[in-house]
Structures are given as structure tokens and as C-alpha cells.
Design a binder for this molecule. Sequence first.
Ligand code: ADP
Length: 191
Amino acid sequence: MINIILFGPPGSGKGTQSEKLIEKYSFKHISTGDLLRSEIAAKTALGIEAKSFMDKGQLVPDEVVIGMISSVLDANPHAKGFLFDGFPRTKAQSEALDKLLANKHTEINIVLALHVNEDELVKRLLNRGLTSGRSDDVNEEIIRARIIEYENKTMPVADYYNQFNKVVTIKGEGTIEEIFSSLCKEIDKKF
Ligand code: ADP
């Protein structure tokens, strides 16, 4: 089993690259952002709670997303591997994920960290906001809040996995194909 975390700030291209990676490698894609947006669309209690944080550009509480991930892992016992996108986003989520995977006798093999400079991120997100229908993409203030949450709470995830030498940084600027090829090279090197 191969388990990968696709790591990076909002707008770094995780969603775009995930789609290409799951097509090539048949991983089970787990995007907490997508899972939360489905809960919001279905107007579940979890979705209503999550929306109040997401609309402000803040992270949803750890216990909410960890519970969601635990259910998805249990629901996919035969997965060839998981591609985590937008999760873990805090050190506590990383520790919880490691425990959940250890219970299943597996682990995170590699953290692929996309690097993109901040001005480019804001530009991409505002541009995505024109068509995505995502309320957190339309306003520059909310976008900046998400980037600050990333710097304060999510960057420590890279430090956490760095202690196990699992992090590889990838340049997240260039064409979609160039970035995809850098990601594949790292995955193929490892397996
Ligand atoms: P992006 O990477 O562009 O920020 P996502 O779709 O991954 O987009 O996430 C959108 C929002 O959903 C985040 O700003 C946050 O509020 C919430 N969210 C997604 N994943 C998590 C997570 N693992 N922990 C806490 N909040 C999350």
C-alpha cells in the first residue's frame, strides 16, 4: 500500500494534481475540502458547523475532520493506497492520521509539498473564485486569512513529517504537465 500526502498552501494546485495522480496510479483520493463541501451541500449538522469556519477562512476543528477521515479509511479497506489532499492541516491531525494508519498496519510513505509564492496563490484563488462558486475564493481578505491559517497551523505539518525524512518539496509553478511530471518522478523513485 502506498499512502501519499499532497501538501501545500491554498491555491498551490493540490486539487488539479490530485485528479491527474489518481487517474495514473489508482489511489483513493481523500480531499477534506471536497468532503466538507459535500456535507454543506447535503445540509448535515457537520456541514452547517463546518461552513461557519470555512466562510471565514478558518480551519474546521480537528475532531470534525479526523472523524470524517476515520470513516473514509474504514469504508475503503481494499484501497491500493490513499492520496490525502488538504489533510492533515494541523500537527494534531498528522498525529491522529499516523495512529489511524498504524491501526491498519500501514503508514504515510511520502509528503509531496508544492511550493508557490504568495502573490501567485492569491492571483490563482481570485481567478478560481470567478468560476468555482466557492464563497471562500471571492474575497481577498478571506483568501489572506486562509494563507495565514496555513502559515500558523499547517506549516507545522511539514516539520512533523520532516523529522521522519518524508517530505519532498516540488516547485508548484510552471505548467500543469511540468508539475505533474515532477510529482510522478518522486513517486516512481520511491516505489
Ligand atoms: P484550499 O486548499 O484551496 O484551501 P480546500 O478545499 O482544501 O481548499 O479547503 C477549503 C476549506 O475547508 C479550508 O479553508 C478549511 O476551512 C476547510 N478544511 C479543509 N480541510 C481541512 C482540514 N483538514 N482541517 C480543517 N479544515 C479544513
